[in-house]
Design a protein around this ligand. Structure first.
Ligand code: GUN
Ligand code: ZN
Length: 642
């Protein structure tokens, strides 16, 4: 059973159990060729810390000695590996060498008989060159074989491989039908030729379309992907497992893996690698080593690169900064940059998993950053959830200092006295003064020298968007002194952020009757919103967004019909949740589909009565499929009234 421990968008740190122990993801499974042990399985575990490996049951079955040994002693004894072992089925051999003379049933039975933890169906490797018809037919066979394998699996976990070549609708359909079967892990297959041909942008389409159909509660394996330069991007798209034969294959032809690509020993000008395998070794020394020794050293170097990049990916997931790492990695090869650009085309899908905010600021790394879902979300919410307080705008330009209201304090005041809304041209688009302290506007860092795309956004595009929002716009520097009475900027901000975060009707319900704002004496920032004597919202200093109080939750629940902002729990869990206990997936009976990770959620009981508020950790589809894990981190329950 897979559990998500930490997430950043679609990327996740997770954990699943096998008969031979737990595997934490994202993880790379080194490929062990039972005939050539470049690095022994024992060393893979003890020295490198790999919890799982993959080997090939087809090779074992076809080699009489290995076969006898595996059947007699079991795979774990034979390889001397105490962790989880995944086996492949011969499909890759059919891709490389043509037909294989075994059946699906034989392979599944054999994998069971040698004690494999995760066995693989004999799927059909759909080549990128295949026609749609050929691909569609082969998928039917793969699905039939997967159904058969699932019915035979016993204690063994099953890899249900998603095929579909480069046809996105076929991929998604295959994934959806795989998800309906009793498989345990889903490799995305048929992608090796795409990687060999550097067709990484096609790989992005393949992964995203597969993810759309798959069940979020099962680990996804990118079959045959083992280059560290790909990990960040693939993890960002929700891939959990990888496997690498390359660490050993490349080593045999003197190629060294780094996070920015593969380098041939003969072309390198210096080694300068601090990994434990290379430490103290100069390029000349490495070249002079005997063949065997050199291969052994390079294979270990490759494994250390893999390990350290995986650790870096995990750290970035924990810190909510995986986009930054993926963007950096994708700049090491134009084909990877294409992949990153292609991913920008999937931002509508990515946005559903994008957290409402994160700790710390987001960094711009280049024009591809505009493909991140935060930009799309801001533009959409500004269009649908912003109500200008007046019909005129005074226009300013982001000069790097944030929040804008601090940078242009006197100018903003003057604009307001003239009855105008200060609006700043930012890389996100127009930022009305009311929204300039919240995530991601104030919590983002851009270079002070703008590139052409940023200029376009802050120039021509900004002009168009401001004129669609306001009847007139004047340059901020041209606003005359004096004028009307100043509207209360804090109240405007308090309402605008509520609309942006919760929606128009929801904000209406929160700001009812007499409003009192509690403002920090030290920072001048809004702390609490009190409406008709009741504390409904608190504003977080870090991201300028709200946490919802019980009374606020009740207001929204009576104004906006279910399931809006709700997470419904079963009546047996309700008493615990109302006492402040967290909500776990298995107790959830319904969830608003439009909520995104880290959104404020209203927990309700079976009769739609609000019983707690908290932050949502998973989206509705995830909550439905995960059996384990926390869905809402509860802040306060109605039983412990605030
Ligand atoms: N190894 C690399 N790609 C594949 C694939 O598509 N199917 C299987 N079974 N193994 C693979
Ligand atoms: Zn090294």
């Amino acid at each position: 059973m897979f559990e998500m421990l930490k997430r950043d968008g679609l990327a996740r740190i997770g954990r699943f159990e096998t008969r031979s122990g737990a595997v934490e993801t994202p993880a790379l499974l080194p490929v062990v060729n039972p005939k050539i042990c470049t690095v022994s399985p024992r060393e893979l575990r003890d020295e490198f810390g790999f919890e799982a490996l993959i080997t090939n049951s087809y090779i074992i079955k076809n080699s009489p000695d290995l076969r006898r040994d595996a059947v007699e002693r079991g795979l774990h004894e034979m390889l001397d590996f105490r962790g989880a072992i995944m086996t492949d089925s011969g499909t890759f051999q059919s891709h490389m060498y043509g037909e294989v003379e075994v059946t699906n049933e034989e392979m599944v039975e054999f994998q069971k008989s040698i004690g494999t933890d995760i066995g693989t169906v004999l799927d059909i490797f759909a080549e990128p060159s295949w026609t749609r018809e050929q691909t569609a037919e082969s998928i039917e066979v793969t699905l039939e074989r997967t159904a058969k394998a699932c019915s035979m699996k016993g204690e063994m976990m099953i890899n249900g491989v998603v095929q579909g070549s480069v046809y996105q609708d076929l991929r998604e359909d295959c994934a959806r039908r795989m998800a309906a079967m009793d498989a345990d892990v889903h490799p995305i297959g048929g992608i090796v030729p795409l990687m060999e041909q550097y067709r990484y942008s096609d790989l992005v389409d393949v992964v995203i379309s597969s993810k759309k159909g798959l069940d979020p509660s099962r680990p996804v394996h990118l079959f045959g992907a083992g280059h560290p330069m790909l990990f960040a991007l693939a993890a960002l798209m929700g891939c959990d497992l990888f496997d690498s034969a390359s660490y050993a294959k490349f080593a045999r032809d003197d190629r060294l893996m780094f996070t920015d690509g593969t380098y041939r020993l003969q072309d390198m000008q210096s080694l300068d690698c601090p990994c434990p395998a290379c430490r103290g070794m100069a390029l000349e020394g490495l070249r002079r080593l005997g063949g065997r020794e050199r291969t052994a050293l390079i294979a270990r170097h490759n494994l250390y690169q893999i390990k350290s990049e995986m650790a870096l990916v995990k750290r970035h997931i924990r810190e909510g900064r995986l986009w930054e790492l993926a963007e950096a990695r994708c700049r090491s090869h134009p084909a990877l940059l294409d992949a990153l650009r292609r991913l920008g085309g999937h931002s509508a899908f990515m946005e559903r998993f994008e957290p409402v905010s994160r700790d710390g600021a987001m960094f711009y790394t280049g024009p591809e950053t505009y493909g991140r879902p935060v930009f799309r979300r801001y533009a959409e919410r500004l269009a649908s959830r912003y109500a200008p307080p007046a019909d005129g705008a005074a226009v300013f330009r982001d000069a790097g200092s944030k929040p804008y209201g601090r940078a242009f304090a006197a100018e903003f005041d003057r604009a307001r006295r003239a009855g105008l809304t200060p609006v700043t041209a930012s890389p996100f688009g127009p930022v009305p003064a009311e929204l300039d302290e919240m995530y991601p506007i104030a919590q983002s860092v851009f270079p002070s020298i703008a590139d052409l795309e940023t200029e376009r956004r802050m120039g021509a595009e900004f002009g168009e968007r401001v004129s669609s929002m306001f009847a007139r716009a004047v340059p901020g520097g041209d606003v005359p002194e004096g004028g009307a009475e100043e509207a209360d900027p804090d109240l405007l901000r308090a309402k605008a952020v509520a609309r942006y975060q919760f929606g128009m009707d929801e904000a209406e319900a929160l700001f009812r009757g007499e409003i009192e704002l509690v403002v920090s004496r030290k920072t001048g920032k809004i702390r609490n919103v009190v409406s008709d004597g009741e504390h409904v919202l608190s504003m977080r200093a870090g991201d300028g967004l709200y946490t919802l109080r019980m009374e606020g939750a009740r207001r929204i629940a009576s104004a906006a019909p279910a399931p809006r902002m709700r997470v419904a729990v079963s009546d047996d869990a309700a008493p615990f949740v109302s006492e402040g206990k967290n909500v776990f997936c298995r107790f959830v009976t319904g969830c608003d589909e439009s909520l995104v990770p880290m959104d404020e959620a209203i927990v309700v009981d079976g009769s739609d009565r609000p019983i707690a508020t908290g932050r949502l950790l998973m989206v509705a589809g995830e909550i439905r499929s995960f059996k384990k894990g926390m869905a809402v981190r509860v802040r306060s329950g109605s039983g412990e009234e605030d």
